[in-house]
Design a protein around this ligand. Structure first.
Ligand SMILES: [Zn+2]
Length: 164
């Protein structure tokens, strides 16, 4: 069973009502709810769907990821679909490949390969493309932190939630 409040896997969950919604929660979370409320009439308080649970779990996942970012060293990496982003931005600016290539003094063939994600642009090219198209082709990625040893860990919201 999975607690619909905190997303924890627990042997047993308890149905409680929180803001009119029935949730199956772990004993720890059940104190937040009101279990005395009678059985809901159909439609007024629908049981959360699998989708709702999924969303909650995803949110929890995101919190964990935020924490990892703080812990780990960040590096800047090319986004997965850099080619698609370049093509989209180029088309949005009303340029065909040839015009675009000419405008940034690059070969059309090179740009075609980049747009189909077949060629990874080097830093210089990246900056040029980002500037010419007014887009961002990189993202900050956590590379995972080392545990212990002079770590300057910030207190994050997720830390706070976990300790509660
Ligand atoms: Zn819980």
């Amino acid at each position: 069973m999975i607690c619909e409040m905190c997303g924890k896997e627990v042997p047993v969950t308890k149905p409680v009502f929180i803001e009119g919604t029935k949730l199956e929660v772990c004993p720890n979370c059940s104190k937040f709810g009101d279990e005395r409320r009678g059985s809901p009439t159909r439609g007024s308080a629908p049981a959360p769907s699998a989708q709702v649970i999924e969303q909650r779990l995803q949110r929890r996942e995101q919190r964990m990821q935020v924490k990892d970012v703080y812990r780990g060293s960040e590096s800047v990496e090319l986004i997965d679909d850099y080619g698609g982003e370049i093509r989209k931005a180029r088309i949005a600016k009303g340029m065909d490949l040839e015009e675009f290539a000419a405008s940034i003094l690059e070969k059309k063939g090179t740009l075609a390969k980049i747009e189909s994600n077949d060629l990874v642009p080097d830093d210089k090219m990246l900056k040029k493309l980002e500037k010419a198209l007014d887009i961002k082709l990189t993202e900050s990625v956590s590379t995972g932190g080392r545990i212990g040893g002079g770590q300057n860990t910030k207190m994050t919201l997720s830390d706070f939630i976990k300790k509660k």
